[in-house]
Design a protein around this ligand. Structure first.
Ligand SMILES: Nc1ncnc2c1ncn2[C@@H]1O[C@H](COP(=O)(O)OP(=O)(O)O)[C@@H](O)[C@H]1O
Ligand SMILES: Cc1ncc(COP(=O)(O)O)c(N)n1
Length: 266
């Protein structure tokens, strides 16, 4: 039976990040994808023009529609802009006894535009982080959550440990923003696991964080243990960046379908 995954995230109309990247990732993993849209973002590879949050009422009704009918095997949470939406997600996921929750604490788009308001940070820490089976901050997000400056791999480990203490079961601090190789570090409360890949020289990195977190959720939905799920997802995102699409004028999107290009004529 096909596994099912849900993304709770913002809509990127240009298709490279947010809900659209997540659904493409689920499909590429042959996992049935569902979505709860938290915010409609008018954005492309270069800029965010505007966004409008979906009402708490309609977010709750989307969750109701899903959970009364098709129970997801794993959930990925992306852009959640306001404290009210964070609280509603927490209450509902507890009510529906949601399993395997991966949270990408999205704060900014690649061009630096904020996708979470500054005053949400406390609620993110108190309300969202304890929900996470796996939290996947990038370096600037881990710095905001911990108040630490992160420059080295040791700093990444310390940040992962301190975010774990806030209640996330597993913490993956992503090294996409490092200068050197792209090394991500997982802390499961006991030990650190380093996931290495070479740095790919490209500006086409729109949607990398969304792709990684939804690939982790897809692997968890299939029943993989967390370390294997992260390892498979890291391999997946590396391929998706290596083959990223030179679309648009800014940061082009990750490619979810390069494996199929050999067998299907585009
Ligand atoms: N240039 C790159 N080469 C290889 N891997 C990268 C590159 N940029 C990001 N990654 C990887 O993509 C994933 C997403 O990381 P990151 O870009 O830090 O997240 P975000 O999109 O949240 O800023 C991580 O696994 C990271 O190591
Ligand atoms: C709706 C939405 N959600 C998330 C991101 C961040 O994307 P990423 O960090 O993966 O490039 C984005 N640009 N838009």
């Amino acid at each position: 039976m096909m596994k099912k995954a849900l993304t709770i995230a913002g809509s990127d109309c240009s298709g490279g990040a947010g809900v659209q990247a997540d659904l493409k990732t689920f499909s590429a993993h042959l996992v049935y994808g569902m979505s709860v849209i938290t915010s409609v973002v008018a954005e492309n590879t270069s800029r965010v023009i505007d966004f409008q949050n979906v009402s708490v009422d309609l977010i709750e009704k989307q969750l109701e529609a899903i959970f009364e009918d098709i129970i997801p095997d794993a959930i990925k949470i992306g852009m959640v802009e306001s404290p009210e939406i964070m609280r509603a997600i927490r209450e509902n996921l507890e009510k529906y006894q949601a399993k395997q929750v991966v949270i990408d604490p999205v704060m900014y788009a690649k061009n630096g535009c904020p996708l979470m308001r500054e005053s949400s940070i406390d609620t993110l820490i108190k309300v969202m982080i304890p929900l996470a089976d796996c939290l996947t901050p990038n370096i600037p997000e881990a710095e905001k959550i911990t108040g630490m400056k992160i420059l080295t791999l040791e700093d990444m480990e310390n940040a992962a440990r301190s975010i774990h203490a806030l209640g996330a079961k597993n913490v993956l601090v992503k090294g996409g923003h490092l200068e050197s190789a792209a090394i991500d570090i997982l802390f499961d409360g006991v030990e650190f696991t380093h996931y290495h890949s070479k740095r790919i020289q490209t500006k086409n990195t729109h949607g990398t964080g969304c792709t990684l977190s939804s690939a982790i959720a897809a692997n968890l939905a299939k029943g993989e243990p967390i370390k294997v799920a992260v390892s498979n997802a890291k391999e997946y995102v590396t391929g998706a960046i290596e083959n990223a699409l030179p679309l648009g004028n800014g940061h082009g999107p990750t490619n979810h379908f390069y494996q199929f290009e050999r067998v299907v004529k585009l």
